[in-house]
Ligand binder design. Sequence first.
Ligand code: ADP
Ligand code: MG
Length: 858
Amino acid sequence: MNWHSEEIEKVMKDTDAKPSGLSREAVDIRLVEYGENVLPGKKKKSALLLFLYQFKDFMTLVLIAAAIISGVIGEMIDTVIILVIVFLNAIMGFVQEYRAEKALDALKKLSTPHTTVLRNGIAVNISSTQLVPGDIVLLEAGNLVPADIRLTESFSLRIEESALTGESVAVDKVTTVIKEIDLPLGDRLNMVYKGTVVTNGRGRGIVVATGMNTEIGNIARLLQEPESESPLQIRMADFGKKLSYLILVICILLFAVGLLRGEEPLKMLLVSISLAIAAIPEALPALITIALAKGAKRLVKKKALIRKLPAVETLGSVTYICSDKTGTLTQNKMKVKQVDPVPVKVTMGEHISFLEGSMLLNHDVLKSSDGKWLGDPTEIALVDHLFEKYSETELKNFTDSYKREAELPFDSDRKCMTTIHRFNDQFIAISKGAAESIQSLLKKEEPIEKILQDASDLSKEGMRVLAYGYRILDSIPVPLSYEIIEQDFYFSGLVGMIDPPREEAKAAIAECKTAGIHIVMITGDHPETATAIAREIGILEPGGLVITGKELKLLSEEELDDKVEKIRVYARVSPNQKLDIVRSLQRKKHFVSMTGDGVNDAPSLKASNIGVAMGITGTDVSKEASHMVLMDDNFATIVKAVKEGRRIYDNIRKFVKYIMTCNSAEIWTIFLAPLIGLPIPLLPVHILWINLVTDGLPGLALSSEKAEKHIMQRPPRPSGESLFAQGTGYHVIWVGLLMAFITLSTQAWAIHDKHAHWQTMVFTVLSLSQLGHVFAIRSEREFIYSAGIFSNKPLVVTLLFTFMLQLAVIYVPFANRIFKTEPLSLTELFICVLMSAIVFHAVELEKWVKKRVKKKPA
Ligand code: ADP
Ligand code: MG
């Protein structure tokens, strides 16, 4: 369609739109007709396919084949049991992967962008998926354009269309009809297209196409982000591969040794393959995803929305948090405290002073349907102040007599904004902004020194200061640009407002200090304002530096690197300087979290290790660029998230440690037995059973473990640290060996003592000692009695359940037949439990030794 060459009225008619927006009923009908406003994403694997996928593993296929062969020539019942267990294993793998995927989907849903539309004459914020043709959409800087839209209003609206046209320079948009029909999309200046970005200004338009009918839908170049894997998952996959080769070699060796000892080849083959399957940790990647997704779910409850799953893991490595001041460290509930007008040569209205009039005219605050103000809190404070002082009709009369004709919107580089109003038969331009910005627009004869001094004095009290200026124009220049308008202004006064710090910020900052995390404040505000607040909440302490954007610009990379670890406050910076800060910290090997809310913050959010966007005040673009969104814009939430991230990582390490230790025990046991002259201790079913039940269930429950006691009193984990650092690797080997030693001792003793039940005992000892192990490594540092025996309910429940299952395998006659077990006498069972308990105590002893060793150097 050539919407760009139609008059607006015609477009309205064709799309059946109304200036006041569609009604609920019309929307419902259209949603059915046109479908939701979405581009279909990557094709999902169906549940069935996901299930079949579980069998694609080569070793599993070999096992199935071997089992069938052995069944044909030997005992069919063995074969059936093995197949059943392999099947159960697949179900478990399927459930895990399915859950992981569902959790990811749910997360994705939470982070779909929203759009402001007019419906029934009221501006409402809806999920962009619910847009239909004919909707009237309001756009502002920072929005992602949600659909294809014919513009009806454009105030300095500028769109970055690279997603569609490849052109990265933003384009100015107009509303006039463009007669030429066959124009490339980039030249249809009165249209904006889905998938592009509003970088500047604001606008309004009629939705002409949604979903797959949009231009971007047509070219089917889907905005697909590759699924990102966390560093841990990548390392795990890599490690898993190497490990499986090692295990294969061991199993081949085992097979050879077995043959040499004269075991039956087919039986030996089954044992070796079962061992390979049990020992290769193929479930770990899915388990890690589940743990991360579960963590993300908990984080949502704490108001931190994770957009990129790996962030859950990497949060724990953060060493620097660079935070915006306004709204993140402060409450963003501004209140005007001081209005200092200066005499001016013109008058506006009768009752209201010129400065107050300027405050009333120059803002973009809107009243919502429920009577609340919507917009920038700084501006809401201005409007609130006036509404407290004057009646609504008085204010309305005033605004009506100075109709707004044009505006140059606020941006945080210029740090000011200008509106142009009808003024008798002329025009008046009113500008407000940071004192330094306004001073540069002023006429030479204005007392600039004094203005800056006054502004600085107010700032010292922690106030955010706005300066005001005006100029009279005979006409509005076309095209409008701030280079032309913003000069030759007269000064009209200062307004100071306070924005109290958030109560929770202080405590969160104190917590970060013990956790080895540095906090830095970044703000567009005056250095004095920033300093006052940074002192109050504990960011700025003696020795900390405050630097302004101007000073920052003068520093070379090396100079910045030298200083960067001492700087605590960056004031009057523009968003693109955040990128320099992130880069410099990263050059100093820091793991940086950066917050941001504007369009221009996107590059620094992307470049940081954890980019954090604001959920309430943040633009779509910043959210899109972020790893995590703060649903409450609150600094303390970042710290909570870091803490949760540390906990989740700890727990991942715990279950990896657990599963790897179990596997190592199984390998040692079965591999060493023939070497020391004992018969192969376990049957394939036993091995598969231990792998399925004993390893799987309690391992999963470890991810519910609560945070370790001193989790925020230890330094951040180095970001590249291996999962097997800090003694985990040794642990896996020595505890595995210990379990094997205990198991084989039991075996040797039982055989020597002519116990008929030696194999059942071996099976039981290996199973139970793993349960003891899982119970001990719940806490890496605390003894279990002090960490709380019942503090992880899911684990206690699974442990009891697994223990009951093991008893069932020993005592239920049917299970005896299947597992070739025999009921143990009470003494034998007691011996098994006793032997297994050794592992638990040994691991507790390891903690004690570690504590002692750690204390010594200090
Ligand atoms: P922050 O990093 O604290 O959010 P901003 O970039 O929003 O800082 O603002 C920087 C400066 O710009 C403020 O100190 C203020 O003087 C000025 N300013 C902020 N909001 C507006 C606005 N809506 N209109 C004009 N000037 C503004
Ligand atoms: Mg701001």
